[in-house]
Design a protein. Structure first.
Length: 290
């Protein structure tokens, strides 16, 4: 019998990882990018070479160098440190907003589909109102009422995502509610809530995961847009969108001040969208049959 050692386990894991990279290159690239982003967010106090909010006027608008790898902004703050700390802000707000919005939308979608009747009609009319507004416009209106703040930005993102998730999960729940095992559960006297929680909701997890991943990229983009417009994360917290806004007057004099935060936003949204495409291709049985 072959003896299992830590080295053999490591080698087997590496082989499986290489197979995954070869068979799913898109998912592999997005996974690496997301791991880098998460590492930046979690270990930012140790990865950032300088204090991201420390102002050094004598070092303002310095080009990339050995001391400041990505240069400095108009207040002499290290751009690399601000990009690293900005990942923590963007991912926190994005994950919180998406988790809250998609979870509430999924629960309401399952309830609406299973109960039907007036409950479904009233809930869907509310969703119609929310869907009538573009995400950024609705988020701007909510921020104008609540004011700036990290948690307020997450709430402003969650509200538009409720309606988007509700429609997707409701469609899945309508088809699940007509399946034989749900009819069998009704025939033996299971309560509505037991059927919803034990049979309908778990079978709607695939579309829930797909739309949650897809909306995470939207959340990062909308958060950056709000910060760019001055309605997002308040100073002195480093935010990618506000870094872009502050660098706009110095676009010709110091283009690095806007290039690197813009790259961070683009790469984050790109990685999340790639992961969403992979989950859709993997979890959607109709696509697997092609």
């Amino acid at each position: 019998m072959r003896q299992i050692t830590p080295i053999s386990v490591l080698l087997r894991s590496l082989r499986e990882l290489l197979v995954f990279f070869r068979r799913q290159p898109v998912a592999a690239v997005s996974s690496v990018m997301l791991v880098l982003l998460l590492s930046m967010a979690i270990f930012s106090p140790w990865l950032a070479p300088h204090d991201p909010i420390k102002i050094t006027i004598t070092q303002r608008l310095m080009p990339p160098s050995a001391k400041y790898l990505l240069g400095t902004d108009e207040l002499g703050r290290d751009i690399l440190s601000r990009v690293i700390y900005g990942a923590r802000i963007s991912l926190y707000v994005g994950f919180l907003g998406v988790l809250a919005g998609t979870t509430v939308g999924a629960i309401l979608g399952v309830i609406s589909a299973y109960r039907g009747g007036r409950t479904d009609m009233y809930l869907q009319r509310v969703m119609d109102v929310l869907l009538a507004f573009p995400t950024i416009i609705l988020a701007l209106a909510i921020m104008a009422v609540l004011g700036r703040g990290i948690n307020n930005v997450a709430l402003a993102l969650a509200v538009p995502f409720v309606a988007r998730t509700n429609r997707v999960v409701r469609s899945a729940a309508l088809s699940v509610s007509e399946l034989d095992y749900v009819e069998a559960a009704r025939s033996i006297g299971c309560t509505r809530w037991r059927i919803i929680l034990r049979h309908v909701l778990p079978n709607c997890m695939a579309p829930y995961l797909i739309i949650s991943t897809s909306l995470l990229g939207t959340a990062i983009l909308v958060e950056s847009s709000l910060s760019f417009l001055g309605l997002g994360i308040p100073p002195p917290h480093p935010a990618w969108g506000r870094s872009l806004s502050e660098a706009m007057p110095y676009l010709r004099l110091a283009p690095w001040a806007s290039i690197f935060p813009g790259i961070a936003i683009s790469m984050s949204v790109f990685a999340v969208n790639l992961l969403g495409d992979y989950l859709r291709d993997t979890l959607d049985p109709r696509l697997r049959l092609r």
